[in-house]
Design a protein around this ligand. Sequence first.
Ligand code: ADP
Ligand code: MG
Length: 320
Amino acid sequence: MDEFSLIRSYFDIPALTSPSNTPDPFLALQIGDDCALLQPNAGQQLAVSVDTLVAGVHFLPDMPADKLAWRAMAVCVSDLAAMGALPKAFTLALTLPESSPQWLAKFSTGLAAVAKHYKISLIGGDTTKGPLTITLQVMGEIPCGQAIRRSGAKVGDKVFVSNDLGGANLALSCLQSDHLSEEQLQLQTAYFSPLSCIDLGIALRGIATAGIDISDGLLADVGHIAKQSHVGIRIDAQRIPLNSAGHSYGYRKQLLAALSGGDDYQLCFTASANTYEQLQAIAGQLAVTITEIGSVHAGEGVSVYNTDVVIEQTGFNHFG
Ligand code: ADP
Ligand code: MG
């Protein structure tokens, strides 16, 4: 199959170009020309983020293609969630060692499912031959000036995290097992199908002073907020919500997975202490949990208290 029939068969299809099945003036021109054209609504800014997943580095080469598609999108859309953007469009740069119809059909189906979930439309891409690599670029809208940035944390703010942490990292030890316990299946779901907190990010506009999605581990990612906001952050280890499916690994492993493991794609944000009630109301409406885990101080860096677990690694860093 040549490049262009491949694109027509698996990517330039309504399930991907119009997953919500409703015309959207934002999508002025989609797949087929040299560029796509986007028409942001008046008063909106375009939020753009790109993520690359490389076989053997970010995922096992034999990972099922539909699961891979879901994870690739969730990872990327999570950056929109962190800033409070509404997902609108994406491009796909796909590098494949061979054009296997089975793999492509599965990937396309998985991608259509996740595109529908996030109501995000495919507008273009690039298709090349080489080692399996998936690059997604996502675009979303945010009302001008309302993006939640890493740099806004204020001394006296509290630090919050959504849902629970550590599950995806603990799943790494059982990704290839055949006989999985109920708990291990839950951990695998945390790894394969993270659910980016789009609605939460949007609800936090105007409330969160700073925010980030947890991709590399809580400590590393909170560290970015501390650095860019020129503040210090203290985290209470005992308040960190741990994925309960990781119970059999023991507290120490659960805590380390949450602090340094990454891959959970929950949101961590700072907000004034007097927003607590408002945050719990949002959590109730969106059926998520929001837990206060720390506070913002004058100074720099991130420290963890209320634990005697020795933390050696702060998070994942490709060239670290
Ligand atoms: P060009 O050579 O001008 O860069 P291409 O031949 O690479 O264009 O692509 C032709 C069209 O198909 C473009 O509109 C491009 O955005 C789209 N396209 C290519 N690969 C993909 C893909 N994997 N998914 C979606 N659209 C794609
Ligand atoms: Mg061109």
